[in-house]
Ligand binder design. Structure first.
Ligand code: BDR
Ligand code: CA
Length: 313
């Protein structure tokens, strides 16, 4: 059984990933922590509570950061054209959900839960890395107690999706992402190199809604706005970025990884770009010197991943 804390900014593909984690028999979802990204943290937290209630998820929700780690960064707005004004495809989520939040901020929830389960917790982070970075800052020793960190974010050998160089989750808080990638815990980065290959068709979504009961029907309703957006950019369907990171936890054999330390550019024309240490002899000093090796995903069995998502949902 994999004990998972899901750090998320729901978010349509986040919602799908959450239902996957809730339904997969080998995953024990022990916490949901929220962060800004697809919408403000107030909205993503409201959405997490809404989904927890709708899908009867036992895991507590802890509210996280609403701003970048570096206070000097200016805010660039929410991607309302992708996830809707409400972050969940404009399905009319109630303004407020009458459910309690965990009293702790997300980073403190992460620290306490990891310390209570040393060596057992997998952090799956599919939004800005701000909560994880703050957990590291407040309690650096927590890194050694985490089993694994799986991130949806970044773009190594392919262009970005928010700028030519950067993927949205990393670009939204590059300083936080660099802190997470360079810490001494095992990180696997599932970026656009592989997630853009997982295109879920409308037919597949309809099939999931038909087979998965009321929860899957709600997910299908939430996904309509997002799939309409993606159909303009990819052939016939939507990219299920965040679910890929969740699939990796239970089926890493469906992914091919490359090892080497990873840095994130913080500033300049390639702000937010993820760069893995180049192979070959590097002249010292170099920005990867002495840093732990991490895994960047460079290959995926996309059909098998999509099938596992569909069967689980
Ligand atoms: C990432 O950005 C968000 O829009 C998605 O939820 C995903 O986590 C893809 O770049
Ligand atoms: Ca996300």
């Amino acid at each position: 059984m994999h004990k998972v804390i899901f750090d998320t900014d729901p978010g349509v593909d986040d919602a799908m990933a959450l239902l996957f984690l809730h339904r997969h028999p080998e995953i024990d979802l022990i916490g949901i922590t929220t962060v800004f990204g697809n919408a403000s943290v107030e909205t993503t937290t409201r959405n997490a509570l809404f989904l927890k209630h709708a899908w009867n998820i036992a895991a507590p929700v802890a509210k996280g950061l609403g701003e970048t780690l570096n206070p000097d960064r200016s805010h660039v707005g929410w991607p309302t054209g992708i996830h809707g004004e409400d972050g969940l495809g404009n399905i009319d989520v109630p303004e407020a959900i009458d459910m309690p939040l965990d009293p702790r901020p997300a980073h403190r929830f992460i620290i306490d839960t990891v310390r209570a389960n040393p060596g057992q917790v997998t952090l799956v982070a599919v939004g800005r890395m701000t909560n994880l970075a703050l957990a590291l800052r407040d309690d650096p020793e927590v890194a050694a107690l985490v089993k694994e960190v799986v991130i949806m974010g970044g773009a190594f050998d392919v262009p970005g999706n928010i700028t030519p160089a950067a993927e949205a989750n990393i670009h939204g808080d590059p300083e936080a992402a660099d802190a997470v990638m360079t810490a001494s815990w095992p990180v696997t980065v599932i970026g656009l190199d592989v997630t853009t290959k997982t295109v879920m068709t409308r037919a597949k979504l309809i099939d999931i809604a038909a087979r998965g009961g009321a929860s899957a029907k709600l997910l299908s309703d939430i996904s309509q706005f997002y799939i309409t957006f993606y159909e303009q950019h990819v052939d016939d369907g939507m990219i299920v970025h965040d679910s890929c990171a969740c699939v990796y936890v239970v089926a890493p054999h469906l992914f091919r990884t490359r090892s080497g330390s990873i840095r994130v550019l913080c500033g300049g024309i390639a702000d937010g770009q993820t760069i893995q240490k180049p192979y070959g002899r590097l002249f010292p000093p170099n920005p990867w010197d002495g840093l732990p090796s991490q895994n960047a995903c460079v290959g995926i069995e996309a059909e098998a991943v999509l099938k596992l998502i569909g069967d689980t949902l």
